[in-house]
Design a protein around this ligand. Structure first.
Ligand code: ZN
Length: 268
């Protein structure tokens, strides 16, 4: 069974310092494609470098997404108080063959409270939605305590290619609002935690055509692996967990989620 990790921070030292071993372990688990989102101008080049690496042919194919994560707005701030959107625009044009999405971008309600920066978060997210429209790319969306704000932004900037609601957690009703706007939901470690009953109930009922698999490694370890850095090879355990809460077999889920990945990232 072949599966795609649609969200892995492969450039973070926990994974990149043993890149060859990391990728071999992925291949052994059927992970044949990895999408590497970036977080700020500080890692755009390292993410691009990874996706342009010529690696042994049995290794997973690596693709990048370029964007500004709401936690790292300060890293993107320019002296004129703009947020590196022009530089991002340029890199998206220059690296068209490796870049499969804008992201990760989005809104974090917890950080907005701590840093009092909701208007700036919304502004930077909206500018990246516009870049996704202009470059005919999907967008990878971070959310936390921000469903109303995220929904209102993506309603305003209809991205024709849609995108992924990364690490979806929320209700069935929230999920269907994203799906109706052309987005798919990133399913990862959340569903392995007993306490995430609302999300588990939602994910159980949603159409399989709206789901993709992800790890967010090295972040978000699965239940039972807390305290360890997460690893993209764990994607096979995410697949198993998803199959355990749904009616389809692992093979059926792998097959359909691969079609979903093709549709979002590789149909442009
Ligand atoms: Zn992430």
């Amino acid at each position: 069974m072949l599966i795609t990790d649609t969200h892995c921070h492969l450039d973070f030292p926990e994974l990149s310092e043993q890149l060859a071993e990391t990728l071999t372990a992925c291949t052994e688990q059927g992970v044949h494609r990895i999408i590497i989102p970036s977080i700020s101008p500080k890692n755009w080049q390292s993410v691009l470098a990874l996706s342009s690496l010529a690696i042994a042919h049995e290794s997973p194919n690596l693709y990048s997404a370029l964007g500004i994560h709401p936690w790292f707005l300060n890293d993107a701030k320019q002296s004129d108080d703009s947020y590196s959107i022009k530089a991002l625009d340029k890199l998206l044009t220059l690296n068209r063959s490796q870049v499969v999405a804008v992201g990760e971008a989005g809104i974090d309600g917890k950080i907005a409270l701590e840093q009092d920066n909701m208007p700036d978060q919304i502004d930077v997210f909206e500018q990246q939605l516009q870049l996704a429209v202009n470059h005919d790319l999907p967008i990878i969306v971070h959310h936390r305590r921000s469903h109303p704000e995220v929904l209102s932004c993506i309603k305003q900037y209809r991205v024709p290619r849609g995108g992924i609601i990364h690490a979806f957690s929320g209700s069935y009703q929230q999920a269907t609002q994203y799906i109706d706007l052309g987005f798919k939901l990133g399913i990862g470690a959340t569903i392995t935690y007993e306490r995430a009953q609302k999300t588990i109930k939602a994910v159980r009922r949603l159409p399989l055509e709206s789901l993709v698999l992800e790890t967010d490694a090295p972040a978000m370890p699965l239940s039972g692996f807390q305290g360890e850095p997460n690893h993209p090879k764990q994607l096979s355990n995410v697949l198993a967990a998803l199959s355990a809460i749904r009616e389809e077999t692992e093979a059926e889920i792998a097959y359909q989620t691969e079609r979903n990945v093709d549709q979002v990232f590789f149909s442009g």
